[in-house]
Write a protein of this length. Structure first.
Length: 329
């Protein structure tokens, strides 16, 4: 007897059946998640800032999840190489990624990107933010933000700022400061923070934004002076140093941030488990102690809050960077 063709009605029932199986399978995976090793892709070389942040909480993260958590360093392409790996990974919660401020600046800095920001990812949580210290050479005739503003008015386009590379956090902070000053400054680009700090300490460049922990020893040795910190709140390790906002540039807030992402389509149940585990790990005193080295402020968020923050960051940096067009690595 010939087989009867499937009707449109039966095809619809079959499609519904397989869709239901997919949902049940996803829910089952979410219920048993995690049951094997989880990998965090860090888009920086071992020993860098991102690597330090990830390693500061990975052991506690593993303890909470009751599964091994390993770090895979995959640097290159101004963080794009490693981040692309996450965007194309299976949405099962076993490959996640750490991203930083560059995640929100790369769409403007690069003409072609292998993924969309943030559409090709599932945000998990913000992890940490930390501000910069604003340092000046000892010979600069200004020791406060207001005095720097007055200096630029008397000496237009003469103030110089060292940065650790186009598109770097120090460069972004310098661009924000230039905008706030309302006067052009000379951007002096270096391949890393070390040479930039040395040239400010030697008196060759006027100013520098970098980690407070990097400039504090030099300030103590009277080789440079610290003007301000760049976040909205004072740095806990240096509470006597006023912020740029407190010194007259209202709302100034230049910080580096780090956060966790999952591949697109990762089930909400898995994202929620990762978010809760990350919060628990970051809440451990040992983690706070480790992150004090970079004056970091632990800032866990909901996935929705982190997604909204990323979108706002993309818009903010696009507006600023488009008018200056820095080069990307």
């Amino acid at each position: 007897m010939p087989t009867r063709p499937l009707s449109i009605f039966n095809l619809s029932k079959l499609a519904w059946f397989f869709a239901s199986l997919a949902v049940l399978s996803t829910n089952a995976h979410a219920d048993t998640y995690p049951n094997r090793t989880i990998k965090i892709v860090v888009p920086f070389a071992a020993g860098g800032g991102g690597d330090f942040v990830a390693r500061s909480f990975v052991d506690k993260f593993s303890e909470v999840l009751k599964q091994p958590v390993v770090i895979e360093n995959k640097g290159g392409g101004n963080t794009v190489v490693g981040t692309e790996v996450v965007s194309k990974a299976a949405p099962d919660g076993y490959t996640i990624g750490l991203v930083s401020t560059s995640f929100s600046t790369n769409p403007t800095l690069m003409t072609q990107m292998p993924y969309r920001t943030p559409e090709d990812f599932t945000p998990i949580s913000l992890v940490i933010t930390y501000p910069f210290g604003l340092a000046a050479k000892l010979g600069l005739d200004a020791s406060t933000v207001q005095e720097i503003i007055a200096y630029t008015k008397k000496n237009p386009s003469r103030l110089s700022i060292a940065t650790s590379g186009d598109g770097s956090g120090s460069h972004l902070a310098a661009l924000m400061f230039q905008e706030a000053l309302g006067s052009d400054v000379v951007m002096v680009t270096y391949r890393g923070a070390g040479p930039a700090i040395n040239d400010v300490a030697a008196g060759h460049v006027d100013l520098l934004f970098t980690g407070m922990s990097q400039i504090k020893p030099l300030a103590d040795a009277k080789r440079l002076k610290i003007i301000a910190s760049s976040g909205l709140s004072r740095i806990q390790s240096q509470p006597h140093i006023k912020t740029i906002a407190e010194q007259g540039i209202k709302g100034f807030n230049a910080v580096v941030w780090w956060g966790m992402l999952a591949p697109p389509g990762t089930p909400k149940e898995i994202v929620d488990k990762l978010n809760a585990a990350l919060r628990a790990a970051l809440n451990q005193p040992e983690v706070s102690k480790r992150l004090e080295v970079v004056d970091g402020e632990i800032s866990p968020s909901t996935p929705q809050e982190f997604e909204q923050m990323i979108k706002m960051e993309v818009v903010k940096w696009k507006k600023l960077l488009s008018s200056h067009k820095p080069k990307s690595d």
